[in-house]
Structure formats: C-alpha cells, structure tokens
Design a protein around this ligand. Structure first.
Ligand SMILES: Cc1cc2nc3c(=O)[nH]c(=O)nc-3n(C[C@H](O)[C@H](O)[C@H](O)COP(=O)(O)OP(=O)(O)OC[C@H]3O[C@@H](n4cnc5c(N)ncnc54)[C@H](O)[C@@H]3O)c2cc1C
Length: 489
C-alpha cells in the first residue's frame, strides 16, 4: 500500500554534487526543500576507509559492479550514499575550459554559460569546498610524474582539489575518514540541513507522478528502520529537481515515461590504466595518488595519476598476469590516460528491476586512436622518469620497457578486443541547451514539455567537459538554482 508522506515545495532527488548545491541554495532562500537520497548516511569516522570490499558494499551503487556494455566493455562505478560520488572521488577540481563552453554554445545553443557567467558560481563552490593545491610535499609518485613531464618538455600542472588538508591517507575511493576531502556529506549538506532542508535517506525514488505538463510528486520506497522493512510512499511537490546522477537520472525519467532526448547520449571519458615499476621505492599505496595532470595533448588526451592499492595493482596487472610482479609492489605506482570520448552511449532502465540500469557505449575509432597515442605518450613519460617497465591494462601486451616499445603505439592501434578500460566520468544523458533537436532540457535544466521538472546533475552537461567533471556539475547546478529562484521571485 502507498502512504502519502510529506508535501514539499521543492523535491530534490539525489544528494550528490548537483543535488547538494541545489538544496543549499534553496534552503538558504527560505524554500521548503526535501532531498530524497537512496543511499545511507554514514559516519566517516567509523564507516569510511574500511577497505575496498566493505566500502564498495556501503558506498557504491551495485557494490561497484556497473559494467558499461559495448564491443569494448568498460568498468564504471558511482556512489550511492549521502553525498553520492563526491564521497568516493578524488576531489580533483577543474573549471569548465573556455573552449568547451564556446563549443557548447555553438553546438547546443547553450545560453548563460560563458566563462564570465560561470565565474561567480565557480568562485562560490571553490570557497565552499576550500579548493586548493596540496600544502604538503609531493608524494614520490607525483614527483616522478613531474620529472617525466619535464624530461619530455610537456606542460603539466598540479590539479587543485577539494581536499587541501589531505593527510595522504590514500582513501579517496573508500571514503575519506580524515574529513580532509570535502565530499557533500561534510561540506554542503550539513549547511543545507542547518538552513532547513529535510534529508530523507534510504529513499529510492521509483517513479515520477505526472499530470499533464506537471509532475505532482514521486513514488519512493523508504527504509523503515523500526520494522526493518521498506514501504512505498508518495511525496507531493510543487517542483521536482532530478539530481540522481548521470545514469540514474535518465533511468528514472525513462521509467516515468519521459524520454525526449533522455538517456540517448551517454558520454564518458574512457580511461586506460598502467602500472609502472621503478628501481626505487615509491610506496604509492601508502600515499595520496599522483596530483599532476599532463595537459599537453588536451582536449583529446589527458594523463595523470590513478588511485593505487594492492587490489588495484593486481587488477591492472591481471591482463598479463605474472604473480611475481606483485613482489615489486612498493616500487610501483598507477597512472592513466583518459580520452575525451567521441563515441556515444545509451542509458536504459533495466528489465530486472530498478537497480539494473543498462549502460551502453561504443568506442569511436577516434577513441582507439587517442588511447593508443595516449599509451605511447604516457609510457614515454614514465620511462623518461626512470620506470623500468610499464604494464598497460591491455590483454596480451608485453610490458613496455623501451622508448621504441612505447612509440610503436603512435602508429599501431591497440586492438579493441585487448583493451581493458574503466571510467568514472559519465555525463550528457539529459543535455541542456536551446537546440530542441538535441536537448532534453532548456539552458537552465527545465525539462522540455514540463513546467515544473528540472535536471541538475552530471546528466545535464551537453557534451564532455574534457576535464574532471565535478566542478562543472556544481557550478552549473548553482547557476540553475539561482536562475530558478530569480524566476520565482
Ligand atoms: C571513483 C570516482 C572518482 C572520481 N573522481 C573525480 C575527481 O577527482 N574529480 C571530479 O571532478 N570528478 C570525479 N568523479 C566524478 C564526480 O564525482 C561526478 O561527476 C559527480 O559526483 C556527479 O554528480 P551528480 O550529482 O551527477 O551525481 P552523484 O554525485 O553521483 O549523486 C547522485 C546521487 O543520487 C542518488 N540517487 C540515484 N538514484 C536515485 C533514486 N532513484 N532515488 C534517490 N536517490 C537516487 C545516488 O545515490 C547519489 O547519491 C569521480 C567519480 C567517481 C565514481
């Protein structure tokens, strides 16, 4: 039986990067706001940094098993907890590059999104999250990367993070127990709640309830801690902001029969990881991940440091397994090459229930070219930095030991079937802009054909930002929230 629970002015679905900004701005403006979050609220001091298996169970959607299917399958993960993926990400922070914004304007007629339009929103987010450079000496894995970039003469830069007081505990992906990383659960959400926002956790929104061009409310399944069961409730709202992330926002919309340009344009940054072995001790898994990115080949190709634990090392090395290699774990560090992703994908609600969303993505030929070039460049850099061997996540590929082995991939192409790819950056499943032939929502996230339904998360980015996306998601979300408030007043 469905009960009628609360009625709220604004309902926000999802408490991640997009949902938290939206909630805070609305609550501070005196709006009656309720956030429904499917995941649980965790105490970082007891529930975070518990190791990969336990963290995946608590903090990740489907325990971290969300393959993106296609001719080249890709491992993908996202958060399902209070704070969403910001609880398990590395906190790297970028502003959306000018060129990207100009392209979005040209391709999607995206309004109000110039560098100047977004600057105050980036300023605000950066202040809220104390975004900045590390205040500690670089870890060895970062130093080495800098050395390699210098040797190659390539531009590289330490990327600011939403974790300026990082204690180098190497727990980004398992939840930062020190509280240095400013995930939403310790940054914006407490402020939103203090300002009056209601956060209901363990609340899985199943369906949006429609009436004409309006969403009148949602049906959500709620944890009932007293009985230990779940119950279905209906929550009515005047306005609904869907901020359930790049995969679940389109899945929920499509489940609710809202399909216009929804879930048809999944974009990702495909990522190829490598493990490099050095003659000296690196202790990468006892330290923060490498903080530098090489921008020389941007926007198509970026390189940087990957989260590295014994488990991640084993996974990366498993493509060409030789157990003895792990003996050198202390001398190893993980790095990646990521490409902008020119292929296209799809999100569809699963037929096996709400937790079986199907993700598809086909690598474009250009992606394979860029990944091959990127592997060549990254290997050159690591060899120049002193690596003795580079082990790419490419099945059947012997380790790269010489410059000649490395540059081979500038001309040859890695066979698709041999690529072991992952990604943690997904977006563009409900693109915003004024182009009705391409966009699911207008430039400020209002869904086409609806008068009170909005998207305000990574799904709205019209195309790949070409950089780590959290900054773009948050700045756009704030811009849209203030635009909404303006329109109401
Ligand atoms: C491992 C990892 C590392 C990353 N590293 C970086 C990085 O260093 N820098 C960077 O810029 N980006 C990084 N990202 C990406 C970044 O975290 C995301 O782009 C960003 O968090 C997306 O924000 P969002 O609001 O769209 O979704 P999320 O932050 O994922 O929030 C969505 C929320 O909605 C909830 N939800 C979903 N469906 C429902 C439903 N039906 N009902 C109720 N609630 C629901 C989810 O549980 C989740 O809490 C990383 C991501 C991952 C996974």
């Amino acid at each position: 039986m469905t009960e009628r629970a609360v009625r709220t002015q604004v309902l926000i679905i999802g408490s991640g990067a997009g949902g938290s900004v939206t909630a805070l701005e609305f609550a501070r403006a005196g709006v009656d706001v309720t956030i429904l979050e499917e995941g649980k609220r965790h105490d970082r001091t007891t529930d975070y940094a518990l190791g990969t298996t336990e963290s995946m169970k608590r903090l990740y959607r489907r325990r971290g098993m969300m393959p993106i299917v296609g001719r080249v399958p890709m491992g993908y993960v996202e958060g399902r907890c209070v704070g969403g993926s910001t609880e398990i990400n590395s906190g790297f922070w970028h502003r959306t590059p000018r060129e990207v914004l100009v392209r979005w304007r040209a391709q999607f007629d995206l309004e109000g999104a110039s560098v100047e339009d977004l600057a105050p929103h980036f300023d605000w987010c950066e202040e809220q999250l104390s975004v900045g450079l590390s205040d500690r000496p670089w870890a060895k894995s970062t130093e080495i990367f800098a050395r390699g970039a210098d040797a190659m003469g390539w531009a590289s830069k330490e990327v600011p993070r939403a974790a300026t007081n990082c204690q180098n505990s190497n727990a980004c992906a398992t939840g930062c127990a020190t509280g240095a990383k400013q995930g939403m659960s310790i940054s914006l959400l407490p402020k939103a709640e203090a300002a009056g926002a209601r956060l209901i956790t363990g609340a899985h929104v199943k369906l949006l309830v429609k009436s004409g061009d309006r969403i009148t409310g949602v049906l959500a399944e709620l944890d009932d801690p007293e009985s230990g069961t779940r119950r279905m409730v209906r929550i009515d709202a005047e306005h609904v902001f869907v901020c359930a992330g790049p995969t679940e926002t389109p899945a929920l919309l499509r489940r609710s029969g809202i399909k216009f340009h929804v879930g048809d344009t999944l974009l990702v940054h495909p990522m190829l990881k490598v493990v490099a072995r050095f003659p000296e001790r690196i202790d990468a898994y006892d330290n923060v991940l490498p903080l530098l990115q090489v921008r020389e080949f941007w926007p198509e190709v970026s390189m940087g440091g990957a989260f590295f634990t014994p488990g991640h090392a084993a996974l990366s090395l498993s493509d060409n397994w030789a157990p003895k290699r792990l003996q050198h774990l202390r001398n190893m560090a993980g790095y990646y090459v990521a490409v902008r992703g020119r292929g296209r994908g799809q999100v569809r609600p699963g037929v096996l229930g709400d937790d079986s969303t199907v993700l598809r993505y086909e690598l474009a030929d250009e992606d394979v070219v860029n990944l091959s070039d990127g592997l060549a460049r990254l290997s050159e850099l690591l060899l120049a930095a002193g690596a003795e061997e580079v082990f790419p996540s490419v099945q059947g590929l012997p380790s790269i030991k010489t410059e000649r082995d490395a540059v081979r991939w500038l001309d040859d192409r890695i066979p698709r079937s041999a690529l072991s790819l992952t990604t943690v950056h997904a977006f563009s499943t409900c693109p915003i802009g004024e182009r009705v032939d391409r966009c699911a929502a207008d430039s400020f996230g209002k869904m086409a054909r609806f008068s009170n339904l909005y998207v305000n998360d990574a799904s709205m980015l019209p195309d790949s930002p070409g950089v780590n996306p959290q900054g773009s998601v948050m700045a756009f979300a704030r811009r849209n929230a203030l635009h909404f408030l303006d329109a109401q007043s």
